[in-house]
Design a binder for this molecule. Structure first.
Ligand code: HEM
Length: 448
């Protein structure tokens, strides 16, 4: 059975038609030929856009000359009310300094220290979930937010400040989709862009709650009573080059992005993984077999004993990459596949299309976790698999997310049998790839 894939648009559309479709759903706004093209140029009176699937171009943009292809100011402006100047939106020296402080907290050994927080969140999820029909995006979102709070601030999502942040994010998303999608469409600079008043109010209110969390932690650090979690590590680690630490204001920006980037993405992957397992019972049985273990005492190193579950998660990230597209900008004239691109052109890298590219993958739309053991896939993955991006701007949480994904998936499938309910979900992309009307599945507690 082929897992759900959105319809592509047929025929040509003008700029306004494209913009309208793009706002509704980035994926169905694109023509089908992008699944087989190495590059597509999009010319308008205002800007040029290049969507790249050619592995050499992706290598150029992300790894060889990333400094020449920064994120655009437009993206920063779009996200500024919520994210300020967080590592997700900055460039150049400011971004490098932020990564020097953040990266050590997420490095391999340190991840091991965050693992008990993930394990407690997994246990709480199993205790919370009831038998019967569920909307699993909701379930996954709550569990992933719990993981973030426990690993970042050592508090469960039921903590009053944590609960406030989670609730306020939901309200924010109701006022506008996660990323201000309009920020991705490079309309001319002279066109004013307004944030809705409600959006600004919601962003302010989230930041107030995060500020309270950061201030509480700053007090604990000063008193010598702070737990050694990710927040403490990031707030106390001095930049190795300058010796400076993050100011509380900067830390609020970073917490906002950890929460945003870290829970929506993981939740999206987990919900799709559950759907794929519900519709592929053989694969589900194999995950359930690996899941027979003592979850109370599981350690980070035990995750390596769940290779099939890891391959299911990898395959899910291939078919439903939570971040479907990434955007960069040229800072000088370039030549891409013999075409001249001007300064200020938009570059779109699309994990969505790359991961299903007909010239890069065998059976590109099929769900086949076993492909990850083959040589052919190693080659495809090296050239055409970037769910966490690549190069110096690679997702800081990639290792964290892989551990979390395998743990939560194994834990849930170990405890419940999962069956599909109703019509297949329809993937749509706002910032993360979600289902149009949620993903409904039936969960039945396994008898042990
Ligand atoms: C399955 C889960 C996840 C996926 C698929 C994912 C994917 C990505 C991608 C594709 C980017 C690059 C975006 C771009 O360049 O435009 C990114 C950046 C980022 N992610 Fe993740 N992410 C996940 C989980 C997490 C988690 C758990 C955290 C933190 C706790 C995190 C923190 C970040 C941050 C801080 C950045 C910005 C890095 C930079 O620009 O230097 N992500 N993520």
């Amino acid at each position: 059975m082929i897992p759900p894939k959105p319809m592509s648009r047929d025929g040509r559309v003008g700029l306004l038609g494209y913009a309208r479709r793009f706002r509704t759903d980035i994926l169905s706004a694109q023509p089908a030929r992008l699944y087989g093209a190495w590059m597509a140029e999009f010319r308008t009176p205002f800007f040029r856009s290049y969507m790249m699937n050619d592995p050499d171009l992706i290598e150029l943009v992300l790894k060889s000359r990333p400094e020449d292809f920064p994120k655009s100011n437009r993206i920063r402006e779009g996200l500024a009310p919520l994210l300020g100047r967080s590592v997700f939106v900055t460039n150049g020296a400011e971004w490098r300094r932020q990564r020097r402080i953040i990266d050590p907290a997420f490095a391999g050994g340190r991840l091991r220290e965050a693992f008990p927080g993930m394990r407690d969140a997994a246990a709480a999820m199993i205790a919370r979930v009831r038998d019967g029909e569920q909307e699993v995006e909701e379930l996954a979102s709550y569990a992933a937010a719990d993981v973030i709070f426990r690993t970042l601030f050592s508090v469960p999502i039921e903590d009053s400040l944590a609960a406030e942040v989670f609730q306020k994010f939901r309200n924010y998303q109701r006022t506008q989709p996660l990323l201000n999608i309009a920020a991705l469409i490079p309309l001319p600079h002279w066109l004013p862009r307004f944030h809705k008043r409600r959006t600004l109010g919601a962003a302010r209110s989230i930041r107030a709650a995060i500020t309270a969390l950061v201030e509480r932690r700053a007090g604990e650090i000063a008193a010598g009573t702070a737990p050694g979690d990710l927040a403490t590590k990031i707030m106390t680690f001095p930049d190795p080059e300058t010796g400076q630490r993050f100011s509380p204001e900067e830390m609020v920006d970073q917490v906002a992005i950890f929460f945003l980037a870290g829970h929506e993405t993981s939740a999206s992957a987990m919900a799709w993984a559950l759907y794929l397992l519900a519709t592929h019972p053989d694969a589900q049985d194999r995950v359930a077999v690996e899941a027979v273990r003592d979850w109370e005492t599981i350690m980070f190193s035990d995750l390596s004993k769940m290779p099939f579950t890891r391959d299911v998660f990898r395959e899910t990230l291939r078919l439903y990459p939570p971040v479907p597209m990434m955007v960069r900008e040229t800072t000088r004239a370039e030549v891409f596949r013999k075409r001249d691109a001007p300064k200020g052109a938009q570059i779109v890298l699309s994990p969505w299309h790359l991961h299903r590219h007909t010239r890069m993958w065998n059976d590109p739309d099929g769900f086949d976790p076993d492909r990850w053991g083959t040589e052919a896939t190693k080659e495809s993955a090296r050239k055409a698999y970037i769910p966490f991006s690549a190069g110096p701007r690679v997702c800081t949480g990639a290792g964290f997310a892989m551990a979390e994904g395998v743990l939560l998936l194994g834990c849930l499938v170990g405890a419940f049998r999962i069956d599909p309910v109703g019509a297949p979900p329809v993937p749509v992309a706002h910032l993360t790839v979600r289902s149009k009307d949620g993903i409904r599945l039936r969960l039945t507690r396994r008898v042990v």
